[in-house]
Design a protein around this ligand. Structure first.
Ligand code: ZN
Length: 316
């Protein structure tokens, strides 16, 4: 049977100031702002999507920015680090680039044979860049990051949990994930084991519960091809006792949500229809886009959102 789940679709974080958030992910990291919309469950808050040129599933980091939000803390029951994939010889470039913007980076670390660096955005969001030559995706650039060094999309995600057994069972029995390897208390899973589908569980038995606020991950979404495969996944999860939501229309995909046993909010999102349904590919992310039900209230919604702009030319 073909796999119903094929890796990571998007990762969604809570952020602070919206303009700083856009500046960091477009200006410093060079991701494309592919959609500027609202949080469909909280229309007075933006929802930004950053990714490759078209926001291909597996490249999309998204944020709910709350200006003035308190910083959250990393802890158990959370996804703590988002890892992006870069070329094998790109870490030197990124260390230098991040230093230029006063962002401290870790020493070069080695994990399962890959070299990586770790740092945080201005909200404290945990980010890793994993150097590898196992990623054929081209990534994208506004033009100022050399093509050979661009971020290609996700490498993987780290879940920080008190125990792994129930989450491992969910991933490997019901979500098409396979156990790949263990190293120093880090357990690695993948659908194929390629950049974009890696999930690591780090066990922190006595760790404190994380506090969700600015600088922490809100949820991780896994990808499924379409509505039909999504309903199949939903049925499998329900049959096995998981409390899954109904299908929600997110305009650019449809979603179901449930909390995995370790406490992290999981989503299953469809690859279809994507971000080009309401904007021309050449102009993705330029205008505030609203779903039909909110469009009729645009005159009330738009004035409540702080103006944000792309400042990429300041980050060449
Ligand atoms: Zn989501």
């Amino acid at each position: 049977m073909a796999a119903l789940i094929t890796g990571i679709h998007h990762i969604t974080a809570i952020a602070g100031n919206p303009q700083k958030n856009v500046d960091f992910y477009t200006g410093i990291l060079g991701l494309r702002l592919v959609k500027k919309t609202i949080n469909f469950d909280s229309p007075d808050v933006y929802h930004f999507y950053f990714g490759d040129e078209l926001g291909t599933p597996g490249t999309v980091f998204t944020t709910f920015p709350f200006d003035g939000a308190r910083k959250g803390t990393k802890g158990t029951g959370e996804m703590t680090y988002t890892a992006f994939s870069v070329s094998i010889d790109s870490l030197g470039y990124w260390k230098e680039r991040l230093a230029k913007y006063n962002i401290p980076t870790s020493d070069v670390l080695t994990r399962f044979g890959d070299k990586l660096i770790r740092f945080e955005d201005h909200d404290g969001m945990g980010i890793e860049l994993v150097a590898n030559n196992n990623d054929s995706r081209s990534g994208w650039t506004y033009g100022f990051i050399p093509k050979e060094h661009v971020i290609k999309g996700f490498y993987g995600a780290t879940l920080n949990l008190k125990a792994k057994e129930l989450t491992e069972k969910l991933l490997t029995q019901f979500m098409d994930y396979k156990f790949l390897a263990e190293e120093e208390g880090r357990y690695r899973y993948g659908t194929e084991g390629k950049p974009g589908d890696i999930v690591d569980i780090v066990i922190d038995k006595n760790g404190r519960q994380g506090v969700q606020s600015a600088g922490t991950i809100h949820h991780i979404a896994f990808r499924t091809a379409n509505s039909a495969t999504q309903l199949e996944v939903q049925q499998i999860l329900i049959n096995n006792g998981y409390h899954v939501t109904e299908v929600k229309d997110r305009n650019y995909f449809t979603s179901i949500y449930f909390r995995e046993p370790g406490g992290v909010l999981f989503e299953i999102a469809t690859d279809e229809p994507g971000f080009a349904i309401d904007e021309d590919e050449a102009h993705l992310g330029e205008l505030l886009k609203l779903p039909d039900w909110a469009e009729v209230h645009r005159d009330k919604i738009e004035p409540k959102l702080a103006k944000v702009q792309l400042n990429v030319e300041k980050y060449v």
